[in-house]
Design a binder for this molecule. Structure first.
Ligand code: GLU
Length: 291
């Protein structure tokens, strides 16, 4: 996947405005006051003035429910807000539904949400049942261990069959790690949420947690002094925005909105406000896959 580092957005205003015009669709194509094609998902959402978003509630930096206010904060939430704004929907009118990895396809298929923005890796298996806009970020799978454990240096350290690892059901890291295990029935514990894996690691019932580096970085930062990353990323996890299968116009619209955000500064601002707090590097801007 070709990726280019964000360069200063200064001077890109004209480009940003052009891109925003494409994404928003400024002409009234219906003649009845909505700026979107008649019968499109965009028109329906614009008229309903509501966007239903599936996201994570327990992943610091990407989607985390604040214990005091109940508000969900994170990069995925900010990406959802960028899409809401481009649809003309106030961000206060977004309704969030918790979508752990196990139910992301289901909530789209059952029309319980309009989009899923939930550290959701684009892959061919998932594309059989949902579609993806994006990617808007490319993560990579790695391992997290207790801070004083030097015995695990990467997935190969699991090959002797002695270590136990925790991950989440229906996640790509859970599927990938199996290749490094002698006996996954004994070595792999699967839960619905990463928070559960954190508890398992704290209680020494497992030796490692595996998922995307950015999720682990958030967990490390919010459990200070307890955990560390072990080794480097060993997969590519391009994060997409899940939409109902076959809604190509909506997918194109979201892709346009994402591309506009890459140029107008709102993407970088969203990152710095959230996951960027745990990561000194600006994200690499992915190339949108308009399949
Ligand atoms: N990105 C991976 C996936 O979509 C892991 C993160 C997650 O479970 O949300 O399966």
């Amino acid at each position: 996947m070709r990726i280019t580092r964000i360069t200063a957005a200064v001077g890109a205003l004209a480009l940003a405005m052009a891109a925003a015009a494409c994404s928003g669709g400024s002409s009234d194509s219906t003649g009845d006051g909505t700026p979107f094609p008649a019968g499109s998902t965009m028109e329906r959402l614009y008229e309903a003035k509501r966007l239903r978003v599936g996201t994570k509630f327990d992943q610091p930096g990407f989607g985390l429910q604040q214990p005091d206010t109940g508000v969900i904060k994170g990069f995925d939430v900010e990406i959802a807000k960028i899409i809401a704004r481009s649809l003309g929907i106030p961000t206060s009118a977004i309704e969030y539904t918790e979508t752990p990895s196990t139910i992301r396809e289901q909530v789209l298929q059952q029309d319980r949400v309009d989009i899923v923005v939930a550290t959701y890796t684009i892959n061919d298996k998932r594309k059989q049942v949902v579609d993806f806009a994006g990617p808007y970020y490319v993560a990579g799978q790695t391992l997290m261990v207790r801070i004083d454990d030097t015995s695990i240096t990467g997935p190969d350290s699991l090959k002797d069959g002695k270590k136990k690892v925790c991950s989440v059901k229906n996640s790509t890291p859970a599927a990938t790690i199996v290749k490094y295990l002698q006996d996954s029935a004994k070595q792999l514990e699967l839960f619905d949420t990463y928070q559960k894996c954190v508890e398992e690691l704290q209680n020494e019932r497992v030796d490692a947690v595996t998922t995307d580096n950015v999720i682990l970085t958030g967990l490390i930062a919010s459990n200070e002094g307890q955990f560390a990353l072990a080794g480097s990323p060993f997969t590519e996890e391009p994060y997409g925005i899940g939409v109902k299968k076959g809604d190509n116009d909506f997918r194109t619209f979201i892709n346009d909105a994402l591309e506009a955000s890459f140029h107008d500064g709102s993407y970088l601002k969203a990152w710095k406000l959230t996951a960027g707090k745990f990561d000194p590097n600006d994200p690499l801007i992915p190339t949108i896959d308009r399949y």
